[in-house]
Design a protein around this ligand. Structure first.
Ligand SMILES: Nc1ncnc2c1ncn2[C@@H]1O[C@H](COP(=O)(O)OP(=O)(O)OP(=O)(O)O)[C@@H](O)[C@H]1O
Ligand SMILES: [Mg+2]
Length: 675
């Protein structure tokens, strides 16, 4: 082994810089964060050639004094913290005093800065950590920093830079996120001499989102505003129908800082379970605010990840915030009546059209659009239905005898006259289980109707909720019903044997996909129903090897698991032995299902049911539901329409397809040019 050398300042600077500065977008992130910390209200970012040759950030913040400027470029020189304790209470985006030193190590840097009230500002240049100029200069209040020839002295790094357009897109993307995290700051992004977007800085998150992602995206958002155990979650989530193809539109900001968070993504996606199509992902702009002492930002070189002291609180806060937001909104979709295309213009590529629309929206248009959006007709019945009012066992729609599905056990009274108990309606799971020649469940007892779960009509795992006594501090107290007067629903008929067409009140028309709707109704019933009745004792238990954490999670949730139809023997650690399982999973890979449930519980999943188990329930529901082209009389259609309209859970089939669209009278009249 050769002797040990202490590396020269130059080399150690380059190594350290490598941690913070990977590409142009990381430079922009650091510079813009400095501008935000400086109290700026206007920030302009300009890049050329993807940032490789030129990047400029101008702000109107506090500026720096003549003597401070060279210090700013020293490693571990910062004005943001001074004592060890400050690390526990970070309120600024920067705190390490590393960014400018890192940038100056790998580029040619020029800075002009002036503090308010000073006569002169300072011009300072530094190249590859070597100071070139430090002089007084006339310049406006605030700071402008220009970075030229990134990685000019580190050819190896330069080689890793992607095409200009890719680098520019990365800059744009990071700036979009920062723009949304600070709606009170007006941002402008200039790319190769063209303004790509600008935000108004009016303090409204909606305006910032609109400026960044455009009108279509903004229109499909649901507002979120929720407090839970000291964590506030605000912002917007997308309606499930408009979910995206990847996670690129998932934006989490913790105390104003954009972070990547698997924990938050998982909580968000959990809240969308069974509402979005496979392969789709929810989009969000969620601002999570919590006491700085309950998180650690000092765990990642670019501060892009944070650690929470109480992960469960954060995960619960996100989950309940999103669930509540969706309940409030009612998730009623309006049928889209598209305006005629303007064929006089050459149609650019769709993607490009969207880009143009949102990237070049003038600021004043944002306000105009906001106003319009605010005035747009909102479905009259948006607040969540109080749980107490809920009738989960509302009369089931009677399937037509023409189909290969067993008749309900008892021929019930006319379907929509009297609520029918669970026993009276066809227990679909049992029927399917029978067909699959699965033995009868050992114990069949009348399930209890679901208890109110603290305001969440969505959350059907009451036992799970009960097993966590520290449940939502104040999860949305059930609100008084806004259904002061339920609108009258009048089924007009059926289109194509698939869609129910009905009038609601005086001013709305609805269309319901009858198969999708019925499928969801059955699915909800299966999920919310106490599955103990489907529990089947196993002659030979199923042994599953699990981690210690997973076993503890199962042990701590035995009541819940019993509700799901499972029983375990924990005497053979590190294995658990399933001694009873629900009948309808008997033919599935039980080991996989059990480990998935254990893992879900361990990860604080809010719906610990295995996806496979959910899939099974989808199948059961799908097979038992009425089909398109089934003959249904008007009374059945009426019953189904009422169940769907008044129950917020019935908005998507279990596969995520929408169940109902509305069309307002004014919209229809508009199409006929009556208004
Ligand atoms: N745009 C600016 N306006 C005013 N002061 C600035 C600006 N940019 C940097 N500074 C000053 O320079 C110092 C060093 O900045 P630098 O980004 O290197 O470190 P930091 O922001 O303190 O921490 P971090 O490395 O985590 O970003 C800052 O603490 C701040 O005092
Ligand atoms: Mg900084």
């Amino acid at each position: 082994m050769p002797p040990i050398n202490v590396l020269s300042k130059e080399i150690s600077e380059l190594i350290a810089a490598g941690e913070v500065i990977e590409r142009p977008s990381s430079v922009i992130k650091e510079l813009v964060e400095n501008s935000i910390d400086s109290g700026a209200t206007h920030i302009t970012v300009e890049i050329k050639n993807g940032g490789a040759t030129y990047m400029r950030v101008t702000d109107d913040g506090c500026g720096m004094s003549f003597d401070d400027v060279p210090k700013a470029f020293l490693r571990h020189a910062t004005s943001k913290i001074s004592a060890k304790e400050d690390l526990d209470n970070i309120l600024t985006l920067g705190f390490r005093g590393e960014a400018l030193a890192s940038v100056a190590a790998v580029a040619r840097v020029e800075i002009m800065t002036k503090q308010k009230g000073e006569l002169y500002g300072t011009l300072y240049t530094i190249e590859g950590s070597a100071e070139k100029t430090h002089e007084q200069s006339g310049c406006p209040d605030g700071t402008t920093i220009i970075i030229r020839d990134l990685f000019y002295n580190v050819p190896a790094r330069r080689k890793f830079m992607k095409k200009d357009v890719t680098e520019a897109n990365a800059v744009s993307s990071i700036l979009q996120k920062i723009t949304m995290s600070h709606p009170d700051i007006a941002f402008r992004f200039i790319r190769d001499n063209r303004t790509e977007f600008n935000s108004s800085g009016d303090g409204e998150l909606f305006s910032a989102v609109y400026a960044v992602y455009g009108r279509d995206f903004a229109r499909d958002l649901i507002p979120v505003d929720y407090d839970y155990e000291g964590v506030h979650v605000g912002g917007y989530v997308i309606k499930p129908l408009y979910s995206k193809n990847n996670r690129a539109f998932q934006n989490f900001f913790v105390n104003g800082r954009y972070v990547r968070s698997r924990l938050c993504s998982a909580a968000l996606e959990n809240a969308y379970t069974n509402m979005i199509m496979t392969g789709k992902f929810p989009a969000c702009i969620l601002l999570i605010d919590l006491p700085p002492s309950t998180m650690d930002v000092n765990i990642h070189p670019t501060k892009a990840e944070v650690r929470f002291t109480n992960e469960k609180s954060v995960s619960d806060a996100v989950y309940f915030a999103v669930k509540n937001a969706m309940m409030k909104d009612g998730l009623i979709y309006e049928f889209e009546l598209k305006p005629h295309a303007d064929w006089t213009k050459a149609a650019p590529e769709q993607e490009e059209m969207i880009q143009q629309e949102f990237l070049f929206t003038p600021v004043d248009k944002i306000e105009e659009t906001e106003k319009k959006l605010a005035e747009a007709p909102v479905p009259a019945y948006t607040a969540p239905k109080p749980v107490a009012e809920e009738k989960p066992y509302i009369a089931d729609i009677k399937p037509s005898p023409a189909y290969d599905r067993p008749e309900p056990v008892q021929a019930a009274a006319p379907v929509y006259e009297k609520p029918v108990t669970v026993q009276e309606t066809a227990p679909a799971a049992e029927q399917v289980a029978e067909r699959a020649e699965v033995p009868e469940p050992v114990e069949v007892k009348e399930p209890e109707p679901p208890k109110a779960v603290e305001g969440f009509s969505y959350i059907t795992q009451q036992a799970f909720a009960a097993a966590q006594p520290a449940k939502p501090a104040q999860p949305e107290a059930p609100k008084e019903s806004v259904w002061t007067e339920k609108p009258k629903i009048r089924v007009i008929g059926e289109a194509f044997g698939l869609y129910i067409v009905a009038e609601v009140g005086d001013d709305t028309m609805i269309m319901i996909d009858k198969h999708a709707a019925h499928e969801r109704i059955i699915f909800e019933r299966l999920k919310s129903r106490n599955c103990r009745q489907y529990s089947q004792q196993l002659l030979t238990g199923v042994r599953v090897l699990l981690t210690g954490d997973e076993i503890s999670a199962l042990e701590a949730n035995q009541e819940l698991l019993a509700d799901l139809g499972f029983a375990f023997d924990f005497s053979e650690k590190p294995c658990v032995v399933a001694t009873a399982v629900p009948t309808f999973i008997m033919e599935l890979e039980m080991e996989d299902i059990i480990s998935e449930i254990a893992n879900n519980l361990r990860m604080y999943s809010h719906d610990p049911q295995s996806h496979m188990l959910d899939d099974m329930l989808h199948t059961v529901a799908c097979k038992s539901a009425i089909k398109g082209n089934d003959k249904n009389d008007i009374a059945e259609l009426q019953s189904l329409a009422e169940q769907v309209y008044f129950d917020e859970r019935i908005r998507h089939c279990p596969h995520g397809r929408p169940v109902m669209f509305t069309m307002t009278k004014s919209n229809i009249s508009h199409q006929f040019k009556r208004t």
